[in-house]
Design a protein around this ligand. Sequence first.
Ligand code: AMP
Length: 473
Amino acid sequence: MCGIFGIHSRQVDVANLTYFGLFSLQHRGQESAGIAVGDGQCVKLHRDMGLVAQVFNSATLSSLRGTVAIGHTRYSTTGASRLENAHPVPFLHPALGPGAIAHNGNLINSQAIRRELEEDGVAFDTGLDTEVMARLIEHTHGSDWAQVLSQAFRRVVGAYSCAVVTSDSVIALRDPYGFRPLCLGYLPLAGQPAHLVASESCALDTVNAKFVREVRPGEMVIMNDHGLSSVQFQTSGRHAMCVFEFIYFARPDSLLKNCELEEARIRMGRELALAQPVEADMVIGLPDSGTPAAIGYAEASGIPYREGLVKSRYINRTFIQPDQSLRESGVILKLNPLKRSLRGKRIIAVDDSMVRGTTSRRIIEVLKKAGAKEVHLRISSPPMRFPCFMGVDIGSTKQLVASGRSVEEVRSFIGADSLAYISIPGLMRAVGAGTLDQFCRACFDGAYPVPVPQQLEMDKMAFEAPLAAQPAS
Ligand code: AMP
């Protein structure tokens, strides 16, 4: 995943606003953060491992003076979780000067482009697909940035929402399918308004900016002293926004496709309740991401919604930590059951997604230990059976618990009394997809909107033997 932010203004402290914008994009990546600023001549950069609040202090922010800034929060999908892989990634164009790029997404032809560049003698410092973009920009001819970037980006295939900073401009680009979100906003100021881009509208709210619209798939937006201009640098036959942004990733207070995501998630819960009813005493959400769907389930079923688990606010999203042992201990630290409310009750527990099944299995164990009589798990996304090549870290096929297994096999592995998922048509209704399918939902049905190179597919499509239904340790 990853969060990106960009701003141009001569009137406000652009690094400071970027810092606050990145706070609201922290949920999109917690491994590293960075800000790059253009001051008319140079591009200055500060990036480090850790959360936004750990990476920056008032001294680092005040060293980043300028009129244009971009920022990034990182969650790795290519390249390890290391400092040299933090964004923004700097570059130096031989004719146009310095710049830096921040990227959310995943390219599927970066290896091919990298090989071509290496054959021409280009050296790489990292394994990042974003560095491939940076080197490609350096080696693309053109008389201005718009020309160089549109030419360079026409060569890359995959998911990208990017912010590029040069010495005097911020340039934002979104791939022609619109896999990852990106929106535009402005800050009304006396004189020239400040123009902004952000992965999600919640980051605009945080800095008091007004949401204008989403950056269109295949659109490049340029923000500098001349104001804001836009170029449609590429088109595609269809749009394919990642439906997982609606299910889980983006914050519930963000707008996507003119929909506040909390609302879409409540509708997912309603769909689930109508299609997958079960008798029970209460509905609980798995905090925080399962909560809106649980509210929708409770509303549609008439079964009371209650809190069943209290979440510590001080532990990061468990899943986002790169290794399995951290992930597992994170689940125990994070949630404490309300034992007296749960004792002897038949519970419907609603979560937004099941990926590896680690979380569900542990939570069901916790609820049962707390005295729940029955635990019926309802998931507000369909079974996830295929890997993502477009920037969501859901691992390879063999890590996906629902891949190659029936719902009953998964139920028995996680130890629930019953298990049901929302259907793909139910999900499409909830997100308001209508007749024209504008979403990528390849993780559920394997229908990738762009052909995935065979080698990439082989790396992620290995199946594994059936799971043993041993008790969770
Ligand atoms: P798992 O234990 O792998 O089944 O994790 C599923 C839980 O992690 C769900 O409760 C989701 O809220 C969350 N989740 C799902 N997908 C992701 C992802 N790609 N990154 C981080 N968290 C995720």
